[in-house]
Design a binder for this molecule. Structure first.
Ligand code: C2E
Ligand code: CA
Ligand code: CA
Ligand code: CA
Length: 275
């Protein structure tokens, strides 16, 4: 647009202004969202592959935006990360998830996504420790889901934060496995409690490509290491069967349940379709 000369350039500038203004307004709204109680956690079950019974529920944040309705995390988490708002928001999410789980059956865990930014700036170990202390949740019931991008950060990353988290007694889970380049390498650096195989593999597992073989190899490796593997994004019975055969021990996806508000959770659902 810049090369279109003066008029075009000005048009470009005013469009930029407009964009900057609406982005600022969105950021201000997001900052207020927390204190206004507009953030909500929905929960999706993670079920045992063998029984289809829930073993854990993953907290997935939504923003009940006054004008725009229920916004998915992809719409605002990246902005929360850019602005640093993810630190107070993430603290709230952890505390709320732990507190919600206190009223669930004691064998059911709660999984919380942790942003790389919380590792960089948020004193994550203290934040997790205080969420546990303030809610009384047993540490063994909390699973922290981190993606490879946490491990890719270009500062002195030495896995000590992960060790300190594990020393609290919580599970440290490697999320979105297979979407990065060095996933396998990290498995020997740190003993994760569980690996979540990314939905992109699950979606392709019935196709002609190598996804099936890769999932089999990863699940086999995990079994050798004595840890669980969750297959994400299971939508069909066929995918469930293939991933079970591949050796995944836990399943998550719309086949079992979509994320739901905390009041609507079913701790018994097996995901078998009723007619
Ligand atoms: P994720 O951690 O990989 O979460 C799984 C996403 O897949 C969720 O999307 C979930 O609703 C969706 N999903 C589950 N089963 C299926 C299925 O069978 N089919 C399809 N198509 N999708 C399925 P959601 O809730 O929109 O969250 C998107 C991402 O936002 C999450 O990906 C996570 O990276 C991030 N996120 C969500 N909640 C939080 C949070 O509390 N904190 C942080 N830092 N990030 C969050
Ligand atoms: Ca996750
Ligand atoms: Ca994931
Ligand atoms: Ca994902």
């Amino acid at each position: 647009v810049k090369s279109e000369g003066r008029r075009g350039f000005r048009f470009f500038e005013s469009e930029m202004d407009e964009e900057v203004r609406s982005r600022r307004a969105f950021e201000a709204d997001l900052m207020a969202a927390l204190s206004r109680g507009e953030l909500e956690l929905h929960y999706q079950p993670i079920v045992a592959a063998s029984t289809r019974e829930p073993v854990s529920f993953e907290a997935l944040v939504r923003w009940n935006h006054p004008g725009a309705g229920l916004l998915s995390p992809d719409r605002f988490i990246p902005i929360a990360e850019d602005t640093g708002l993810i630190v107070p928001i993430g603290r709230w999410i952890l505390r709320k998830a732990c507190s919600d789980a206190m009223s669930w059956p004691a064998h059911i865990k709660v999984a919380v996504n942790i942003s790389p930014v919380q590792f960089r700036t948020g004193d994550i170990v203290d934040v997790v420790a205080s969420a546990l202390r303030e809610t009384g949740l047993e540490p063994g019931r909390l699973e922290l889901e981190i993606t490879e991008s946490v491990l890719l950060q270009k500062y002195d990353w030495d896995f000590s934060l992960l060790h300190r988290l594990r020393d609290l007694g919580v599970a440290v889970v490697l999320d979105d496995f297979g979407t990065g380049y060095s996933s396998l390498g990290y498995l020997k650096e740190f003993r994760f409690s569980k690996i979540k195989i990314d939905r992109s593999f699950v979606a392709e597992v019935s196709g002609a490509g190598d996804s099936g073989a890769i999932v089999c190899a990863v699940a086999g490796l995990a079994r050798t290491m004595g840890i669980d593997t969750t297959a994400e994004g299971i939508e069909t019975e066929e995918q469930l069967q293939l991933l079970r055969v591949a050796g995944c021990t836990q399943m998550q996806g719309y086949l079992f349940a979509k994320p739901r508000p905390v009041g609507a959770l079913d701790f018994k659902t097996t995901g078998i379709r009723r007619r």
